[in-house]
Write a protein that binds this ligand. Structure first.
Ligand SMILES: C[S@@+](CC[C@H](N)C(=O)[O-])C[C@H]1O[C@@H](n2cnc3c(N)ncnc32)[C@H](O)[C@@H]1O
Ligand SMILES: [Zn+2]
Length: 279
């Protein structure tokens, strides 16, 4: 892990700065976190089981490699260019999964890219291969990053912790949040009809919670469909929490020839309304 990234980290236990000590990172209270051979760090060493397993992340990797989400990367990159993101900016991807967005957003720019996720398997996959990003296992509720270090905080299909996001973002930092709209993967939900607790998806709760914490600079929909073959449809079914709890390998996906991608893209500032009121 590069020194310029280590300077942005803080100990999750005592919140003090961390420094390299051999092959580990250590704070002044001697809380110690090993740096793995691939360069990632685990700040949540206690094992936690999550829905997000190695198989799931491998399915996700197959879907990303097929380019299903390439238009989303383009839309985020365009939005960040419009907002004036510059080389050297610090981009933090909260709940980054296997790091597809961390590595691909604004790929032309030399950003300081940091991705973290609670799932160890995800971070292990993210750290693989040649890339410029730094990855660690970390919790959204106690982000091991210093106050006001991030220019951009990316939150793609991941729960938000707005107190922590507000702490970690610079005062002029930008939140980029993506979450599903009603049409997202509707063909897969159609194939699972009757097996799901809710046949339709309502995104209004996420939107209301977001609106209570952030002010929009832009808010748009990203909607398109992509042709899929049977293996790709099966990977998509395995990767989505929307089908959690049902045996996706038993679904009949033979009629699924295309998949709808339908999401919200919100770019804004956290707490901007509160700041405005104070001044
Ligand atoms: C639907 S996935 C999205 C992954 C990635 N952002 C993407 O869109 O490709 C949600 C991610 O949030 C992570 N996550 C859930 N709770 C978390 C927490 N408390 N702290 C950090 N990551 C968390 C999960 O492990 C999972 O990787
Ligand atoms: Zn410490």
């Amino acid at each position: 892990m590069r020194e310029e990234i280590i300077a942005l980290l803080r100990c999750p236990l005592c919140h003090g700065p961390l420094a390299r000590e051999g092959s580990a990172l250590m704070c002044s209270h001697r809380h110690c976190f090993d740096v793995a051979r691939q360069g990632h760090v685990n700040f949540v060493p206690a094992k936690r089981d999550t829905f997000y397993t190695k198989n799931l992340f491998e399915s996700r990797a197959a879907v990303f490699a097929a380019g299903v989400f390439a238009p989303v990367i383009q839309a985020i990159s365009d939005a960040l260019e419009r907002q004036g993101v510059r080389d050297g900016a610090v981009l933090v991807d909260a709940g980054c999964g296997e790091g597809y967005y961390t590595k691909s957003v604004c790929s032309e720019r030399r950003l300081k890219r940091i991705g973290f996720d609670l799932a160890k398997e995800a971070i292990r996959l993210a750290a693989r291969g040649p890339h410029e990003a730094a990855f660690f296992v970390g919790d959204l509720a106690n982000i091991p990053l210093t106050d006001r270090c991030a220019d951009v905080l990316l939150d793609v299909f991941t729960p938000a912790n707005y107190d922590e996001f507000a702490r970690v973002l610079k005062p002029d930092g930008i939140l980029v949040k993506l979450w599903p709209r009603a049409g997202y993967l509707r063909e897969l939900r159609g194939a699972a009809r009757g097996k799901l607790r809710h046949d339709s998806y309502d995104d209004s709760r996420v939107a209301d919670y977001l609106r209570a914490h952030a002010t929009a600079l832009e808010h748009s929909a990203i909607t398109y469909s992509v042709p899929v073959d049977a293996p790709l449809a099966a990977h998509l079914a395995r990767m989505t929490p929307m089908l959690a709890g049902i045996d996706v390998d038993m679904l009949d996906l033979t009629d699924v020839r295309e998949i709808t991608i339908d999401m919200n893209l919100f770019v804004g500032r956290i707490g901007a309304r509160m700041e405005e009121e104070r001044t």
